[in-house]
Design a protein around this ligand. Structure first.
Ligand code: G3P
Ligand code: MG
Length: 343
C-alpha cells in the first residue's frame, strides 16, 4: 500500500524537461552533419541520465524542412546519430497537413503537390486520395511552361484519375525546384486557366508549409527558402490578377506546429513514466522561425539560439528582434548546459 502510494505520489510530481531540435543550421548544414554522434549521445547517454539522476529526456525534432515522410526522416536521423529515432518524434513543415486530408476526400477534391523530394508520396501517406504532382501537369501540356525540359524531370508514378476531380488546394510541401515552372502552373490553376488538363473548384487556396525567407546549408551565407518563393508568387499573382494571393501558411513560427509537437512530446513523456512536461527547450538557429515560434508558444516552451546556422558567430549577443532566453555556441554547448539546469 505504502509502495503504491509512493509510486503515485512520485508519478504525479515527476515532470521532465524535453528537448526539441531544429535540423538545418543546428544538426546539419546541407549534407554535412554537425558534430555527428556526440551531441545527442551526451544528452541521451545512460551515464548522463544517471549522473543527473534522471531517466530519459523526451526528445523530438521540429523542422521547416520537408519533402519526405516522417518515417524517412526518422531513418535518416537514426543513421546520422546512430540512435533509434521514431517517426512520432518528428514534426516536418507539412506534418500538420495530415489533418486536412479527411475534408478533401469527403468533398472529392484533388490536391496538387509542389516541392523537392517526393511530396506526392507524403500527401498520399497523409491520406489524401487524389494527388497530382505539379510536374506531371506540366508534362501533359509542355507548351504551358516552354522553358522546362521535361526529359530531365523525374517521372512520378501517379494515378491520372485524380485529374477528373476538381483541384481544391495546392500544397507547397517543400522548396520548389523550378520557380518559373511552378509559379506559371500555380497561376494557371488559380485562374482555372488550363482547362484542357485539369478542373478546379471555385476557390483554390495555396497551402505553404514553410515561411522561412532564408535557411542555412553548407554555403557560407543563408539561402532563399520557401518564404522567398511565396513572396515571388504573391507579387506575380497580384500583378496578374490584381488581387492578393489566396493562401494559408503553416510551419514555424506558427502555433500549429508547436501544438502538434507538444502533443507528441507529452505522449512521449507519459510513456517514459513522467507526469508532464515542465519545460521544453527549443533549440534553433533561425530567430524569425525557431525563437519567435517557441516564444509565442508560451509555457512551457523556452527558446534557445545557437550560432551554427542563420544566426552566426558575428551576430552579437542575441537577436535584436527575436531574442532567445539563452544563446549558445552550438547544440553541444546548449545540451550540456541545459541538462544540468534545475527546472
Ligand atoms: O528548407 C528547410 C529550411 O527552411 C529550414 O529547416 O530544420 O532549419 O527548420 P530547419
Ligand atoms: Mg534551422
Amino acid at each position: 500500500r505504502n509502495h503504491s502510494f509512493r509510486r503515485q505520489y512520485s508519478i504525479s510530481n515527476n515532470k521532465t524537461a524535453a528537448f526539441v531540435f531544429d535540423i538545418d543550421g543546428v544538426l546539419i548544414r546541407g549534407k554535412q552533419v554537425l558534430d555527428p554522434g556526440s551531441f545527442v549521445f551526451r544528452a541521451l547517454s545512460q551515464k548522463l541520465y544517471k549522473m543527473y539522476n534522471r531517466q530519459k529526456f523526451p526528445i523530438a525534432f521540429l523542422t521547416n524542412g520537408g519533402g519526405c515522410t516522417e518515417a524517412e526522416k526518422a531513418r535518416q536521423l537514426s543513421e546520422w546519430f546512430n540512435l533509434p529515432i521514431q517517426s512520432d518524434q518528428i514534426v516536418l513543415s507539412h506534418t500538420p497537413l495530415r489533418e486536412l486530408s479527411a475534408k478533401f476526400n469527403k468533398e472529392e477534391l484533388a490536391v496538387v503537390c509542389v516541392g523537392r523530394g517526393h511530396p506526392d508520396v507524403v500527401a498520399s501517406s497523409y491520406g489524401f486520395r487524389y494527388v497530382i504532382p505539379i510536374e506531371e501537369i506540366g508534362r501533359l501540356e509542355p507548351e504551358a511552361t516552354p522553358f522546362c525540359d521535361y526529359e530531365k524531370v523525374r517521372k512520378t508514378s501517379w494515378d491520372q484519375q485524380a485529374l477528373h476531380k476538381p483541384i481544391g488546394g495546392i500544397l507547397i510541401m517543400s522548396d520548389s525546384t523550378d520557380w518559373g515552372r511552378d509559379i506559371q502552373i500555380i497561376c494557371d490553376i488559380l485562374q482555372s486557366n488550363s482547362r484542357i488538363v485539369f478542373v478546379t473548384q471555385e476557390e483554390v487556396k495555396v497551402y505553404f508549409t514553410n515561411p522561412d525567407f532564408v535557411w542555412a546549408n553548407e554555403y557560407p551565407f543563408p539561402r532563399f527558402g520557401q518564404g522567398a518563393f511565396r513572396l515571388a508568387l504573391e507579387e506575380i499573382y497580384q500583378e496578374l490578377v490584381g488581387k492578393p494571393l489566396p493562401y494559408i501558411q503553416y510551419g514555424k513560427p506558427y502555433s500549429i506546429q508547436y501544438r502538434y509537437m507538444e502533443n507528441l512530446l507529452r505522449k512521449q513523456a507519459l510513456s517514459q513514466g513522467y507526469s508532464d512536461l515542465e519545460v521544453i527547450y527549443a533549440i534553433g538557429d533561425n530567430p524569425a522561425a525557431d525563437i519567435r515560434g517557441a516564444r509565442n508558444a508560451g509555457k512551457p516552451w523556452i527558446p534557445i539560439l545557437v550560432r551554427t546556422g542563420c544566426f552566426s558567430t558575428n551576430k552579437g549577443d542575441n537577436d535584436p528582434n527575436d531574442p532567445a532566453d539563452y544563446v549558445f555556441q552550438d547544440v553541444n554547448e546548449a545540451i550540456s548546459t541545459l541538462v544540468k539546469k534545475p527546472y
